[in-house]
Design a protein around this ligand. Sequence first.
Ligand code: NAD
Ligand code: DAU
Length: 353
Amino acid sequence: MTILVTGGAGFIGSNFVLDWLAQSDEPVVNLDALTYAGNLQNLAALQGDARHIFVHGDIGDRALLESLLAEHRPRAVLHFAAESHVDRSIHGPAAFIKTNIEGTFTLLEAARGYWNALQGDDRAAFRFHHVSTDEVYGSLAPDAPAFTETHPYEPNSPYSASKAASDHLVRAWHHTYGLPVLTTNCSNNYGPYHFPEKLIPLMIVNALAGKPLPIYGDGMQVRDWLYVGDHCSAIRTVLARGRVGEVYNIGGWNEMPNRDIVHAVCALLDELRPSAEGPYARLITHVKDRPGHDRRYAIDARKIERELGWRPAETFASGIRKTVLWYLDHAEWVANVQSGGYRDWLATNYTAR
Ligand code: NAD
Ligand code: DAU
């Protein structure tokens, strides 16, 4: 048996592939276009491991998809590949439409053709697992109940609109064609291999470099934070036992405002790598807010717990400590991702703020 993972050189995808092969000998075909966010160094531990077959390619390449499916005959497709950063979607939405919508469409069509030709047990066992986000549900008032799986779709950014569109395509391919799909909508992940354009890794690497820690607006926007290893275990659980056609929300039961997140990172760095200049929180600066910034996300993860018995293993305190320690231990990985195009991005997003 084999699984096909898309986007397995990115943050969550690479954590998923590493966790998968740490727990099973089932091979992974890993299709990734290696955009700025894809990094083969994340998978360095798998060099020479015959269970990991890396393919450099685009999910929009139908011929490539068809040949990979025909050659490797996976029992499941796990679809992580996406443009994933909200701020980038504001500066340049086209790539989000191309990969998240058109790419998902092409992948669905290739999977449908492959699944249609399967017979018997292989056909019954096949799954298309779509990895999505809580951002499709929009923004919550401070005291509103957390997002359930039946919350209306109200995406507010080009990124979340493109992910919402992809969710709708996946749903339609199930209802119309019977493709056996699973969709998971997860909250904010953090952990190893997180590209330092996102809040937590950006704060860690900027603090260590003595650079400003830019908080958008008042910093009171609330997110639900989940350690990436818990997201991976939830996906494995849904793939193994989730009901076909169902949506499962995944969250950490851990709502926190951005300001508290940044202060927590600073406090850990003060403990683990104190600065001669004084507490890292001195570097916090409030900058112009993100346009259309969603105020609050919160995930009601009771369905996955009730039906499949999944709950996160990490608390925020344990997960953020592991994460900060990982960044302290992986200065070379950080230096490598900070070269070249990453510097251009910092100028694009932060200079005018
Ligand atoms: P990421 O940006 O770190 O990685 C995305 C990966 O997809 C990269 O390796 C990139 O090279 C690859 N990719 C992009 N376009 C591609 C294409 N056209 N063809 C093939 N590969 C392509 O993203 P992430 O944070 O790891 O997110 C993975 C998935 O999880 C995304 O679908 C995202 O929407 C979803 N998600 C992310 C979070 C989060 O907090 N990061 C939370 C919930 C859901
Ligand atoms: O909710 C799940 C989503 O979480 C995923 O679908 C996205 O792929 C992922 O990028 C993430 O989106 P966010 O926009 O919530 O994550 P980000 O790390 O960009 O920002 C988290 C919060 O921190 C958000 O309220 C914006 C704020 N922020 C972010 C950056 C990069 C700042 O205040 N300063 C910053 O420099």
